[in-house]
Design a protein around this ligand. Structure first.
Ligand SMILES: [Zn+2]
Length: 391
C-alpha cells in the first residue's frame, strides 16, 4: 500500500511518483539494520530500466548494488534504507511508519533521512532514461541498511568489494539531508575526520585522610585535561573549521566519601580537518601525557578520516542544477557528523552530499516538504544531464 494517509491536508498530488515512492518506503519499518523490504522494492522498480541488481550482504546487513551500463564514467547515487528508532511512538502526531500529509509536509520516520532522497534517486533515473536511453557512461545505486548503526558492514563493505574487482566510481552523490533552511542551500563537499580515545589514568587507592599514602588520579587528570582542552590543534582552512577536542565521559570514584580512587577513565573525541592526520593527533596527545608523567593506558578508535571534494566537474554540475531548479546558490561546506561519504572518497571518487532540509532528522515528527521531493528529483536528474551532456 502506498497511498498516503490524509488528515487535514489538501488532496495528495497523485501525479508525484517521488512522493508515492517515499510513502511506500516509510511504510516499511526499517529500523537499523533491518531493511524491511525497501531494497527489494527499489531493485524491482529499477530492473524495469535495465539495472542489474547484486546483493552484497554482510552479517545482518543488506546491501544493494544496482548498475546500468558497463562503461566509464560511473555515476553513483549512494544512500541508506535504514532509519533510527522512533522513540515513544505516542509522542508523534501521527504513527511514525504511517506516511501522513499535513500542511504541505510528509511526516514519517525516514521522510528526510533519507527515504525521500532514495525515492528521488529512482524517479530521476526513470525520467532521464525515458528520454535518453543510451548514456555515455554508467549509473549505479549503492544502498545500504547499516548507515545509522555501526556502519561496518554497509557501505564500507560494498566499497571494498568493488575495489577488489577493479570497479571504480567517478562521481558520487550521497542523499544525506544536507539542506539547512531551504532545499539546496547547503551542499556538503567533505566531512571532518573523527578520532576517539579511552584514557585510563592510574593512581594509588587510599584513605582520603592519608593522602600521602595514595595517589589521586582525579587530581592528575585535572592537569592533563586542562592541557588537552587548551591546545590549539590547528587553525582550520578554507574548507574546514579548526580541529576540536571534547571529553565525552569521565568516571572515577568508588561512591564512598572517604576513598581516594585508584583509577580514572575518560573518553574523548577529536573532530579533525585536513590540517592534521590521525597520526599527528595521536602523537600530540601522547606527548602531552608524557609531559605530565602520569601512569596511563590509551586506546584509540578511528571512525574515519577527513575528506574533501574540491570544486571541479561534479561540484559545478551540482551547483548549476541547484541554481536552475531550486533558485539558490548553495553554500559548500564540511559541517555535520560523519557519513558514508568517508568510505567512498578515499577511493578517489568525487563525492558530495545533497538532500532535504535536516531540521527534523532523528526527531519525533520527522518530516519533509512534499514539494521538495519533486524538486530534489529534478535536481538529481539535472546533475546527471549536466555530467553526461558535457561528454
Ligand atoms: Zn542519513
Amino acid at each position: 500500500m502506498s497511498t498516503p494517509t490524509m488528515r487535514t491536508a489538501p488532496a495528495v498530488d497523485e501525479t508525484s511518483p517521488t512522493l508515492a515512492l517515499t510513502c511506500a518506503l516509510i511504510e516499511r519499518a526499517s529500523v537499523t539494520p533491518d531493511d524491511a523490504g525497501c531494497q527489494d522494492l527499489i531493485a524491482r522498480r529499477l530492473a524495469a530500466l535495465g539495472f542489474g541488481a547484486e546483493w552484497l550482504d554482510s552479517g545482518p546487513v543488506r546491501n544493494l548494488w544496482l548498475r546500468r551500463g558497463e562503461h566509464a564514467p560511473l555515476f553513483v547515487f549512494a544512500g541508506h534504507t535504514d532509519v533510527v528508532p522512533t522513540g515513544a511512538a505516542h509522542a508523534w502526531s501521527s504513527p511514525p511508519f504511517q506516511p501522513t500529509l499535513r500542511d504541505g509536509y510528509l511526516y514519517g520516520r525516514g521522510a528526510a533521512d533519507m527515504k525521500g532522497s532514495i525515492a528521488a534517486f529512482v524517479t530521476a533515473c526513470e525520467r532521464i532514461l525515458a528520454h535518453t536511453p543510451v548514456l555515455p557512461g554508467s549509473i549505479a545505486l549503492l544502498i545500504t541498511s547499516d548507515e545509522e548503526g555501526p556502519s561496518i558492514e554497509g557501505t564500507a563493505h560494498v566499497v571494498r568489494t568493488l575495489q577488489a574487482r577493479g570497479e571504480t566510481m567517478d562521481w558520487c552523490v550521497v542523499g544525506e539531508p544536507s539542506s539547512s533552511t531551504r532545499l539546496g542551500d547547503v551542499v556538503r563537499v567533505g566531512r571532518r575526520g573523527s578520532l576517539n580515545a579511552t584514557l585510563r589514568i592510574e593512581g594509588v587507592q587510599g584513605h582520603v585522610a592519608y593522602p600521602r599514602d595514595a595517589l589521586n588520579p582525579i587530581h592528575l587528570f585535572a592537569h592533563v585535561a586542562a592541557d588537552l582542552e587548551a591546545q590549539v590543534w590547528d587553525q582550520g582552512n578554507e574548507f574546514f573549521p579548526a580541529t576540536s577536542f571534547q571529553f565525552s565521559n569521565v568516571h572515577a570514584g568508588t561512591g564512598a566519601d572517604n576513598v581516594i580512587p585508584g583509577v580514572l577513565e575518560a573518553r574523548f573525541n577529536l573532530r579533525y580537518c585536513t590540517e592534521n592526520t590521525r597520526e599527528s593527533l595521536e602523537q600530540r596527545v601522547r606527548a602531552i601525557l608524557a609531559r605530565h608523567g602520569v601512569r596511563h593506558q590509551l586506546e584509540w578508535s578511528h571512525s574515519g578520516g577527513p575528506f574533501l571534494t574540491r570544486p571541479g566537474t561534479l561540484v559545478e554540475a551540482v551547483r548549476a542544477a541547484i541554481r536552475q531548479h531550486a533558485g539558490v546558490e548553495p553554500e559548500l561546506n564540511t559541517g555535520g557528523g560523519t557519513s558514508d561519504g568517508r568510505f567512498i572518497a578515499p577511493t578517489g571518487t568525487q563525492v558530495i552530499e545533497l538532500g532535504p532540509v535536516n531540521a527534523t532528522i532523528h526527531k519525533v515528527d520527522e518530516c519533509v516538504r512534499t514539494a521538495d521531493l519533486d524538486t530534489l528529483s529534478a535536481i538529481y536528474q539535472q546533475i546527471l544531464e549536466n555530467l553526461f551532456a558535457a561528454r
